[in-house]
Design a binder for this molecule. Sequence first.
Ligand code: 26Q
Length: 824
Amino acid sequence: YKSREIERRSLDVDGLKRSFLEWLVYSVGKDARAATRRDWFHTVALAVRDRLVDRWMDTTRTYYQQDAKRVYYLSLEFLIGRLLTNSLANLGITDQCRQALDRIGLNLDDVVEAEPDAALGNGGLGRLAACFLDSMASEALPGYGYGIRYEFGLFEQRFEHGWQVEYPEQWLQFGNPWEFPRPEVLYPVQFYGRVEEFRDSVGERAYRWVDAERVLAMAYDTPVVGYGGDTINTLRLWSARATRDFNFGHFNDGAYMKAVEQKVLTENLSRVLYPNDATEGGKELRLKQEYFFTSASLQDILRRYLQHHSNFDSLPDKAAIQLNDTHPAIGIAELMRLLVDQHGVTWDKAWDITRATFSYTNHTLLPEALEAWPVRMMERVLPRHMQIIYEINAKFLNRSKARAAGDNARLSRLSLIDERGDRRVRMGNLAFLGSHKVNGVSALHTELMKQTVFADFHAEFPERINNKTNGITPRRWLHQANPPLAALITSRIGNGWIKDLSQIKALAEKADDLVFREEFRRAKRKNKKRLAAYIARQTGVDVQVDSLFDVQVKRMHEYKRQLLNILQAIALYNEMRDNPTVSWVPVTKIFAGKAAPSYHMAKLIIKLINDVAKVVNHDPSVHDNLKIVLLPNYNVTAAEIIMPAADLSEQISTAGMEASGTGNMKLALNGALTIGTLDGANVEIREHVGEDNIFIFGLTAEEVNDLRASGGFNPRDVIASNPSLKRALDMISTGVFSPDDPHRYHPILQALTDGGDHFLVTADFSDYCQAQQAAMDLYRDQEEWTRKAILNTANMGWFSSDRTIMEYATEIWDVHPVKPEHPA
Ligand code: 26Q
């Protein structure tokens, strides 16, 4: 028994090896000859998990004993990806683990490949939440993530005849070794029913929610290992369970099958992640998901608080709750309900506590992406919350009325209810009003918030809006994803950068060092070879390792303008065919990204890229100087292969539309040069890397705004005056890329012409092509290109999510690092 205990903690090669063999036999239930790669993954993960548990409990106990202020990050998405490499690296036992596996005749890299990619998110917002978890743990901040344990993550994308087809993503199929089910951590969550008014013990009007349906939320905990392995925080995800009493009623009636059916329906609540990264209006199940996890999280937060306190006065001193977009914004009404209805706090006091506890991050200005739930639905699903929202609104509008001085348009814009058409609850307004701080995710985005969606609220509460420019974790996005470059950096400046990315600045002086440049290129080339092999495996296309790897990887969206990129590719293809004797810079255009299943235009753009790729890649007249690939099923794992291998980073959204971007940061940190518009965090990337080391083109946000406002833009004129654009569009419209269906791309051409080209693809085309030309010209000068690439890496230190998270901690949450205490 004693030796077993030591075994579970040992970090040396022998101890790890013995642990692996023991886990394989006694927990996975296989012998070494019969074990599959997946068995070994489970074995290694379970053994590594053992090494976390003591420190995890130490961390949790220390927070409890010190009654530390905690921050709760409420997010409907956590795009974490794989955890094995991450856990090993943060614990600092990668080498030991590799050697231990060597001795069993196994390769760590193969074992790692058997882990499914946890895709509990759509894109930027979900990945940001995952980077924040890593940074909170690495900065020793008492931070908890709360979300949903979806049984199915983001769909798996395949291409069939060039079209996107979605398949269920069954990440839990073979079990999840990282999670700890907590069947005893169970909270009731209610839906439907009605509200009854009654008189409380002192004769005051009070309300209770009755005849509601009940669902249980059960917790699953995943340890979040900080760098160095000292702090280990918790990600708590909720899973829906049917209540037992509910089923028994039916059982006694003999309606057994009905009861089981009901149970399945109830548990659908946590079945699947919604695959839209912009709102699709009004799906009831989505509203129920939002309330389900928010209510369970708040009950859990209050339970923890009440272990040390007997009233709620100091809740804001002990808990900060961050709303990741409006998806958990119903939490504001829910905390009011819990305080007022369940715990007897007075309304005004409850409101002060609520506001002091919540803060809200906005991630988009797109009007179609601002959540607005139909009042009719809210009244049915969450009747008491609808009342509370009316009450908050009435009190607020009453107060504002005095200042609005008869400006009814202004009052109706401030209202929590959109009264136009079917009445809707504006979740952004609720989140703003119920928070003490509201932040945007880049400097430009935050300014635009003040000028557009929240202009009226900003006038009312000028201190509330603040900026927190996004960041990325250097552990996953440089240290783990890019071993060749990480090793090179460490060889020159030591490994302090992993924990404090600002130190990477010291590389800047090496940009003029010929030997360093050579080694930097060699690291990039290694990564490009790895990506080339991945491309060959995934698509069958062979690409030249020494071509310019031009990368656009992100969700498929019209505003992100993959269309602009593929049009430029067609124009370049034509130039190459027209001028076969010119010595062209070989270019590989790499795309990857999923489209929301109901977003037809985005899916048509996917088909277009695949159709163009097929023609170009098989045309011998371009002599392999241009290849186009669209990689299927972009996810965190694919990103870890792609980011380190890019030469050029495409960040070409219509200015004013991309809130921040975070792929832009991952690519620049890994030594890609950016070609981009002055949008989102690109603006700040330019400031940091220097304008000589980035290719900026296109209309600015202000120019876009003016152009749209004046209505003075006719895409047909622009097309007519640009022969290469006209030719590219003509090729699409005459079926050069779709001979089987020449009219296939009519909707795209329509949008670019009669549709008014809302995303200004034609308006920016010529400037974009010039910037592309400048990039290709520079690429001929490999020394100069490498110099600029190094300066990108060296100047990206500020974009660490450690910096971002410390700004949240000091300026919004007032939470402080707490060092875990380890008992002797
Ligand atoms: C809402 C309601 C119903 C169904 C789905 C949704 C939904 C889901 C996901 C709406 C939006 C999202 C995701 C948005 C997102 O990822 N936004 C990105 O956030 C990043 C992190 O701040 C930014 O860098 C990106 O610019 C922004 O697009």
